[in-house]
Design a protein around this ligand. Sequence first.
Ligand code: SF4
Ligand code: SF4
Length: 228
Amino acid sequence: MNYMSPYVIIDGSMQGIISGSLMLFALMFLSALFLGRLWCGWVCPMGGLQETMEPINNKSINGKKADWIKWLIWIPWITLIISMVVRAGGYHSVDLLLDTQGGISVAGASDRPIIFAYIIYYFVIALFVVLSIVVGKRAGCHTVCWMAPFMMIGLWIRNRFNWPSLRLKASPLECTNCKKCTTNCPMSLDVNAMVQADKMENLECILCGTCVDNCSKNAIVYSFSKGK
Ligand code: SF4
Ligand code: SF4
């Protein structure tokens, strides 16, 4: 979890150190160039945690109202990181275990009692859990996730250059408009409309494959190809 920390990268940048979280965010950006937001759909523990809350609240999120919020957080945060690096005179060393004593997330040190590590850890967990319980499906991904923008920028670049990558492909003629894909999309996308428009690219799509699994007509499939 510490490698996903929004603070470790700040601490590292202040000291001109390339931290584990900086490396992880860079890998997320690079992976999005060829694999889209596969991380969000298949690997991210925060995403999985939020999906376990769906039996409590599986209300869809209105993306138009919610999706911009994460940019309101991300832009000042990344600006702060860049200004820290500039003040430190750039990056001059690498410490992938910075602030991660013993290589694990929740660990204390002589200068940092373990209670602080637990407070930060449980605050982040609670933030994502409470948002998904109160607001709806994967609300944290839409509103507060500081990692999603790295992948969305990667996706945006990929779509500009349109090189082959993992994506969804639709067959509108096979679609019977049953809307199971829309109902079950964990990112609350109108997948049925995307299929009908034959336009499956959406920066909020996490390539989780739920729509692929739910479509009995095989109107949606994974594809490693060029496309829009
Ligand atoms: S699940 Fe398949 S058939 Fe049903 S609306 Fe979605 S794409 Fe169309
Ligand atoms: S459109 Fe399909 S793959 Fe994308 S987030 Fe929704 S269910 Fe997952």
